[in-house]
Design a protein around this ligand. Structure first.
Ligand code: ZN
Length: 94
């Protein structure tokens, strides 16, 4: 019983994560510093366009470039890095 409940919770988190990333991921825009895939920034009002999860920084457009498409491995890594962000989004009151 408990196991089933836990699994259902994980599945809903995965679904939320997928939706979260679908709205933010730029398939081929990369960070100039670390060459990782960047997401849309949550700080657009402050002039930032993207955010790099690996550098943990918000970026201007000129700090990024259009490179190769995201790979399956990169997608996995982004999911891992984005999980804490998602948790903080849930507790934020907008
Ligand atoms: Zn970076």
């Amino acid at each position: 019983m408990l196991k089933v409940k836990k699994k259902r919770h994980i599945n809903s988190m995965k679904k939320k994560l997928r939706n979260y990333l679908r709205k933010r991921i730029q398939k081929n825009v990369r960070c100039r510093r670390c060459h990782k895939i960047v997401l849309w920034s949550d700080l657009k009002s402050q002039g930032y366009t993207y955010q790099c999860l690996d550098c943990d920084e918000d970026l201007f457009t000129f700090e990024t470039y259009v490179g190769d498409d995201i790979t399956a491995d990169e997608m996995k890594e982004i999911k891992r890095l984005a999980m804490p962000l998602l948790a903080s989004t849930n507790t934020a009151t907008h």
